[in-house]
Design a protein around this ligand. Sequence first.
Ligand code: SF4
Length: 696
Amino acid sequence: MPDRAPRTSVATHCPYCALQCGTRLGHGASGTVVEPSDFPVNDGSLCQKGWTAPAVLDVPDRLRRPLLRGPDGRLAPAGWDTALDTVATRLRRIRDEHGPDALAVFGGGGLTNEKAYLLGKFARLALGTSQIDYNGRFCMSSAAAAGNAAFGLDRGLPFPVADLGAADTILLAGANPAETMPPLMRHLRKADLIVIDPRRTKTAERAALHLQPVPGTDLALALGLLHIAVSDGWCDKEYVQERTTGFDAAWRRAVTWWPERVEQVTGVPVAEQRAAVELLGEARRAYVLTGRGAEQHSKGADTAAAFINLALALGLPGVAGSGYGCLTGQGNGQGGREHGQKADQLPGYRMITDPEARAHVARVWGTTPDALPGPGRSAYELLDALGTEGGPRALLVFGSNPLVSAPHSARVAERLAALDLLVVADFVPSETARTADVVLPVAQWAEEEGSLTNLEGRVLRRRRLLPPPEGVRTDLEVLHGLAVRLGEPAHRYPTSPRQVFDELRRASRGGTADYSGITYERLDAGEALYWPCPERPGGQPHPGTPRLFLDGFATPDGRARFAEVDHRDPAETPDADHPLYATTGRVLAHYQSGAQTRRVPELNDAVPEPYVEIHPDTAARAGLREGGTARVTSARGTTVARVRLVGSMRTDTVFLPFHHPGAGRANLITGTALDPRSRMPEFKVCAVRIEPGSDA
Ligand code: SF4
């Protein structure tokens, strides 16, 4: 059992988003207190969520004992042995009857590197299933697919956040850091910002230029910007010639997207398109950054690729002081995708279908490559298959609340209800946990040791201030307990994060995300280590790689690849029944499904209920008033939200935050069209109608 003694204070990081602001935690008169540290990404600041994070440690409904659903249908407290024995027995029974792929695992982008790694190993060895994916699929998978194709490697930002501070111009496509990660804005103060977003967000308000396209048309806009960049002489021909391949194929598509056609499709005036390209072209140092707004589409990977094409034409990636990057969202969105909880990947960010990768990981795990399952279903496809003929019959959820955060929420609820066994490990009774057969109470951020990797690819230590409450175990202890009950050797599932990290380092060796030269000791000594950081036996320790691609891209020929992509409509466009676009997103006060932030009084008071932003003219036509309720209906269902009249909204679009449960779940209306390359669902656009609610 790891050391559980409390400490006076620790240097650690915020439990929420991918910026991973540095904090110092200590004990005050009224409990745990937090203050920002001078860690470079936040440099002494925190957002509202970071300041109030200690409140999550003491929420009144904190889970402290395992819960088992009894014959009366109610969840009742049980001992750990009973709970784990029950889960293991039922998993074995289902596996014996239906095969290993009848067991499934759903992980999370907030899990530490150690948990993500052990969860992937547990799924593939202890359960023997290919059916594992995680909620990060809903976060960054489109940009990851595009980045891998273009650069041969996907690291959200291939440069430190602080580099942004010297930029002259930054294009933000579908990103709203002023609300989602406010301390990042400190690094954007000097630059002229170009914001592409259908909404006039807080970030757009601070921009030199706000392009407000029709939802679902970002790809056409990116093609149009490339068209202008090339036609108006902003293309860096020497860079394209020397450092890239595939320009001609990309241009064949972009050449047809002349500015007037782009205006027709996107609604962005020609003058604004030209102004954006001029700002980028004239800048000595410029960045193109994408976020979920551009990526969460059924063509999200192609859209990210189109913005990469633009950056390549301007000669930005792999040049000091310029570049392309994706602003990853979840706390360990970067590390969470590198260590094997993705359906198609093994640790080290290796493809599970690669024979060499299988052989290497099998060696580290003490098994044979044949014993490792192949690729499984992607996150939504996995949820959609639960309880169906040939689909998984048992699901273990770690660090996720898919009942609120997955698209087409009613369908997900139906599939979860069809399972023979649902097990949820969490520290609060999330909406998904409340429907489970077994709930396992686990430790949270300030109660555990481990590591995370922030949006820059920098590996960080999470440190424990407090022991978990009596009766609560760590996720590593839970996985160990289950694996042993399933007949696995105990030593394969260490409960010490340090031991797991050391194994993860070996498993990652030689992979894209090589952590082999990173140790807890080096991190604890204050070294800033960005992967890849390979081990150099007997030599000077590798310094890590803060800036990628300066000497060439990670492709076989060292050149970045343009992508041949073209615009296509979203899966749904407005029609007579559903005449408006709906788009969803995040707000400052809440994080993901809100399971944590809705329990913090200050945050809940800030945004206590779901709402829908509507242009006053659109609202008037629908008979809606400020403060009344609206029913927002798509082909999949209806959600109910408080009306907010916002004059800067497009008249054809409504916006809903997705952090609330119940009848106000925004994901009751979102669609399930998936990107063919990344399997990202189309969260960012669907067709809806709006009507007055009961108290309109
Ligand atoms: Fe935490 Fe992100 Fe806010 Fe920083 S920006 S304090 S990491 S939620």
